[in-house]
Design a protein around this ligand. Structure first.
Ligand code: UD1
Length: 334
């Protein structure tokens, strides 16, 4: 297939590009580089040995987007592009709603105009309402507590409404749990602007001596060691999940969790990272972060049954590849 990847030079987009190229698909990467660099496309080429088309496109620029659809015959689109920082979304709701919702609507309009009706969408475990019991199952009720989360809930709804009105659409909603790790080559990985909000990018910077210590947001949760439990998934596994979703796409809307089904605590993550980097990582307990839940992990059974998707990488693998990226690729990319 020839596939358009919006947000294609971002963290998950770039790893999915490698996965698709290695499987014989062609990709076009579209990105506005708000949270990634053009050089990522060269690194995808270095890993795969295949030329990659990368174009600077903002999804809010409908005319530019239309030109991309005129220049290429796409069989499908994987839609990664979007703003994704929870705290920032609370401070800047209009930016988040405009960017994520209008950007998606522009994309859908272009797809429909060109007769491209296969779409895989980057959703998130954040769409599960916080009163659901773990493990989260795809049929649980959805909701959100911040504008970022609402954009994911709303886009899922737009896609369900669209597919209901036009049966030619084939849509897959992929709900990611906590993607971490990096390509084992150390050439591509997560490269957040500024001080990271998420745990593993933060731990990586503490391990590298760039930041002084990890703050553990609460150790009085109802979890085995009192710290928050999440379902961390290696970005390489996640990328394979996208390929399987694409290759098994069918009319209607399918929704799949992409997680391991295993929960790890903040202390588990720090311990695994210490093993990966070979030295102690300073950490202290801080107050809970508002909005955080005690325990979030996936029921991965549906993706296993319908896509044949099971994860292969351990938490230690994820930390080793994150550390490799931190000590080689992330520095070179800066
Ligand atoms: C967060 C977002 C979620 C988004 C996901 C993307 C919030 C409330 N949720 O999920 O919407 O889809 O990122 O990956 O921001 N922690 C620390 N110290 C830190 C950072 C985190 O102890 O410096 C803890 C948190 O309390 C949590 C765990 O580490 O228990 C994971 O946090 P994080 O990596 O930010 O992911 P989520 O909060 O699960």
């Amino acid at each position: 297939m020839t596939v358009l990847l919006t947000g294609g030079t971002g963290f998950i987009g770039s790893h999915t590009a490698v996965e698709l190229l290695d499987a014989g698909h062609a990709v076009v990467l579209a990105d506005n580089y708000s949270n990634s660099k053009p050089s990522v496309a060269d690194r995808v080429t270095a890993i795969t040995g295949q030329a990659v088309v990368a174009q600077e496109i903002d999804l809010l620029d409908r005319a530019a987007l239309e030109r991309v659809f005129q220049e290429h015959e796409f069989d499908a689109v994987i839609h990664f592009a979007g703003l994704k920082a929870v705290g920032e979304s609370v401070a800047k709701p209009l930016e988040y709603y405009t960017n994520n919702l209008v950007g998606t609507l522009n994309l859908l309009q272009c797809m429909r105009a060109r007769g491209v009706r296969r779409l895989v969408f980057s959703s998130s475990a954040t769409v599960y309402r916080s009163d659901n019991p773990v493990p989260y199952r795809e049929d649980y009720p959805t909701g959100a507590t911040n504008p970022y989360g609402w954009t994911k809930v709303m886009i899922e709804q737009q896609l369900r409404d669209l597919a209901a009105s036009e049966p030619a659409w084939s849509v897959v909603l992929l709900r990611y749990f906590n993607p971490i790790g990096a390509h084992p080559s150390g050439l591509i990985g997560e490269d957040p602007n500024g001080i990271p909000n998420n745990l593993v990018p933060f731990v990586a910077k503490v391990a590298a001596g760039v930041l002084p210590e990890v703050r553990i947001f609460g150790d009085d949760y109802d979890t085995p060691d009192g710290t928050g439990v999440r379902d961390y998934i290696h970005v390489m596994d996640l990328a394979r999940g996208h390929r399987l979703a694409l290759e098994n796409i069918r009319p209607g809307v399918q929704t799949y969790n992409l997680g391991t089904g295993r929960g790890s605590s903040v202390r588990d993550v720090i311990a695994a990272y210490e093993e990966a980097c070979g030295h102690a990582i300073p950490a202290s307990v801080a107050p809970r972060r508002p909005g955080d839940l005690a325990s979030v992990y996936a029921d991965p059974a549906l993706a296993a049954r319908e896509l044949g998707f099971t994860t292969e990488y351990s938490l230690l693998d994820m930390c080793r590849d994150s550390w490799h990226w931190q000590t080689t690729g992330a520095v070179a990319a800066a």
